[in-house]
Design a protein around this ligand. Structure first.
Ligand SMILES: [Zn+2]
Length: 86
């Protein structure tokens, strides 16, 4: 299987961020911090992104949308980041 550059973290495996518990490295959930993903993961990531753009275009909130679809906001959020299927 050919691995490709992770589009979510730009191949860096994650990013540094300031969080409520301090500064830290947030591991990329899409590539599990490896910086590389499969073609299937890239397609899932694009699908999630397109879904979020469409949802935001409808001005529908994450929680509202999750409720409508009958999934948890966490599940929906992971789907939009390409990390899970619905
Ligand atoms: Zn990544």
């Amino acid at each position: 299987m050919t691995l490709q550059h992770c589009p979510a973290c730009d191949g860096n495996g994650g990013r540094y961020a300031v969080t409520s518990i301090g500064n830290g490295f947030l591991r990329c959930g899409l590539c599990a911090a490896s910086g590389q993903v499969t073609q299937e993961q890239i397609e899932q990531y694009r699908e999630g992104q397109a879904f979020r753009v469409e949802r935001e275009g409808r001005e529908e909130g994450l929680r509202e949308c999750a409720k409508r679809l009958g999934v948890s906001p966490t599940q929906l959020s992971r789907f939009e980041r390409g990390e899970a299927k619905l």
